[in-house]
Design a protein around this ligand. Structure first.
Ligand SMILES: NC(=O)c1ccc[n+]([C@@H]2O[C@H](COP(=O)([O-])OP(=O)(O)OC[C@H]3O[C@@H](n4cnc5c(N)ncnc54)[C@H](O)[C@@H]3O)[C@@H](O)[C@H]2O)c1
Ligand SMILES: [Zn+2]
Length: 363
């Protein structure tokens, strides 16, 4: 097991990464002796619930609450329902919530913990690779509105994160790959050694070799924790985490969030942004080739259809852009990234057309 620490102006908590971690949760000092409530989905509970329950003693069994799977349930209505269930079950300010699932459970569970009785403690126990390497770390929690994703939320850090590598064995293949794209992003923007590792070890990573996965997860979380430590509220450095996301979010919106997983859309967005980086010479042709080949090694990237006008309009709405300026993240070599404030519609258009020409067939 490896332990990393997230230290920000407002929080300081451990992130445990390794095998058979579910069994260690009840003994952790954030849990021992407290009334615990688990938020999970029926699917995850059927696969891994007994592993989590087995570790709790008979008189410390947690109360289990369920959220149905799917982004459409990441809504305020579920917060009200779950808060009522917590209240009815007697949860008080000293109770502990355990968010046990993918990024949806983690985001919604974290927000539930942020607002229930003005804030209770919670743990992140992420069960998707995306949640382990990205969403469980950094304290962003929230739910969606009809008008957009993650528009209601709060910063509320967990007391600890348990990233158990074993639970990834049951993850559907495309969900694994989608999470790996976020790890490639981590390497491109801030960790050249992680990028190289993923460039050279795609076979063992995709075969879910535990040691290889652990290596990738540890490096990805270390990268994110390092960025969040410097810029907790995304006023500067944290923006580089959005590499591939301006166009990735635009693809998700233009395809109604149905065609691609988030990580897959981000992979397309990274490839498109790479074209702008190449034209601006923030990456050289050899570096661009390595980045592209490494992303494609974790494919396939599913096809999608959209028009340039749709994507440009959706990119303009991306909440990461302040009015008037189109902010864009570009890789600078491998292992570094820059924020540019002056990306033009013409540049975006040409990157979008490059991407759409490939997206008809998938890659
Ligand atoms: N807070 C943040 O900083 C942040 C960052 C990135 C993404 N997010 C959010 O994360 C969410 C996406 O998270 P996700 O990609 O984990 O999706 P998800 O939570 O929908 O999980 C994906 C699917 O995998 C299933 N699953 C989960 N764990 C499994 C396991 N071990 N075995 C088998 N099946 C399993 C789930 O039931 C679900 O169907 C989005 O809502 C996004 O906005 C948040
Ligand atoms: Zn992302």
């Amino acid at each position: 097991m490896r332990t990393l620490h997230v230290k920000t102006a407002t929080a300081d908590y451990p992130v445990y990464i390794g095998r058979n971690l579910l069994a260690q949760i009840p003994r952790n000092k954030a849990v021992a002796g407290r009334r615990a409530f688990v938020l999970t989905s029926p699917e995850i509970w059927a696969l891994w619930g007994k592993n989590l329950l087995a570790a709790f003693s008979r008189n410390q069994q947690p109360t289990v609450l369920f959220l149905p799977a799917g982004e459409r349930h990441k809504r305020l209505a579920q917060i009200e329902r779950l808060a009522s269930e917590l209240a009815q079950a007697g949860a008080d300010r000293s109770s502990l919530l355990i968010a046990f699932g993918g990024g949806i459970i983690g985001d919604l569970g974290g927000f539930l913990a942020a607002v229930y009785m003005r804030g209770i403690d919670y743990l992140q126990v992420p069960t998707t690779l995306l949640a382990q390497v990205d969403s469980s770390v950094g304290g962003k929690t929230g739910v969606n509105l009809a008008s957009g994703k993650n528009l209601i939320g709060s910063f509320h850090h967990p007391r600890a994160v348990f990233a158990d590598v074993d639970v990834l064995q049951t993850l559907p293949e495309h969900e694994l790959r989608a999470g790996l794209f976020e790890s490639i992003k981590a390497g491109i923007i801030r960790d050249a050694a992680l990028f190289r590792y993923m460039e050279q070890n795609s076979a063992s990573i995709l075969a879910r070799d535990s040691a290889a996965l652990e290596h990738v997860i540890v490096a990805s979380i270390r990268m994110k924790a390092g960025v969040v430590a410097i810029d907790e509220r995304e006023s500067g450095l944290r923006m580089i985490l959005n590499y591939g996301h301006t166009l990735g979010h635009a693809i998700e919106a233009a395809t109604g969030y149905r065609t691609l997983l988030h990580g897959e859309a981000i992979a397309w967005g990274m490839l498109a942004a790479l074209q702008i980086a190449l034209a601006r010479r923030t990456v050289g042709p050899d570096q661009a080739e390595r980045i592209e080949q490494t992303i494609l090694a974790y494919g396939p990237l599913p096809p999608f259809r959209a028009t340039p006008a749709q994507l440009l309009a959706a990119a303009g709405r991306d909440k990461k852009n302040r009015a008037g300026t189109r902010r864009f993240i570009l890789p600078k070599g491998i292992g570094n990234a820059i924020v540019v404030e002056d990306a033009t519609d013409a540049e975006l258009n040409s990157a979008i057309r490059w991407m759409l020409a490939r997206a008809r067939m998938g890659r």
